[in-house]
Design a protein around this ligand. Sequence first.
Ligand code: ADP
Ligand code: MG
Length: 254
Amino acid sequence: MSDVMVDVHGVHKSFGPLEVLRGVDLQVRAGQVTVILGPSGSGKSTLLRAINHLEKVNRGWVSIDGELIGYRRSGNKLHELKEKEVLKQRTNIGFVFQNFNLFPHLTVLENIVEAPVSALRRPRKEAEATALRLLDRVGLADRADTYPRRLSGGQQQRVAIARALALEPKVLLFDEPTSALDPELVGEVLDVIKDLAGSGTTMIVVTHEIGFAREVADTVLFMDGGVVVEQGPPAEVLDNPRQERTRTFLAKVL
Ligand code: ADP
Ligand code: MG
């Protein structure tokens, strides 16, 4: 398939004796949304971190749009890339964290402009114009000069999404983007992610929001114990799961 955007192949990851990823394969096609479900400790965050090489895997590989992440292939051998080259690759992979991780000492606008200016050497004026456009897209055009602490959690997360988009990444990774939010703020963040899905952004979303998964996912993947237990369209995995482990999990979260 030529339109595979994210390709995770045979990935193993251990922390000391603890084997956290035990051979994970995953493909996401361009413009598609994959939602990852699974109990706490099943390896979901580690998998996302492996995709952008924040975790070095012990076996297997990851490629984005056909480019190997963290390594260069020569013959049969893989050579690790220098940190600087990895940072460059990471600008293709947007990451939205559970706890927003905005820079507290920078305004909303400065938060969004920082990476395009420092990592991509974009002219500041141009980066600011893009940032304002993105803030408008997430419904926060009037908050450009505000500091993060003055915003609600939902607003902070929408800024974090705008910040990720500012690098025009090939894929966006979300690690439980609404888990830290008060329930009444979850919807506004999910609406922004839905809007992105509708406009063809390639995404991997780790979440426990089953309704969101049903509505937005092209593929739902259930992880447990460091392996992909089953995957398929939402109607199959959520409404007609084949594996007992998936059924048990869904019974708890639904
Ligand atoms: P999930 O996101 O599905 O809850 P994680 O990927 O965060 O799961 O963690 C999977 C397992 O790996 C857990 O048992 C966790 O304690 C362990 N783990 C994660 N990161 C590290 C680390 N840096 N060092 C040691 N153990 C880790
Ligand atoms: Mg996690």
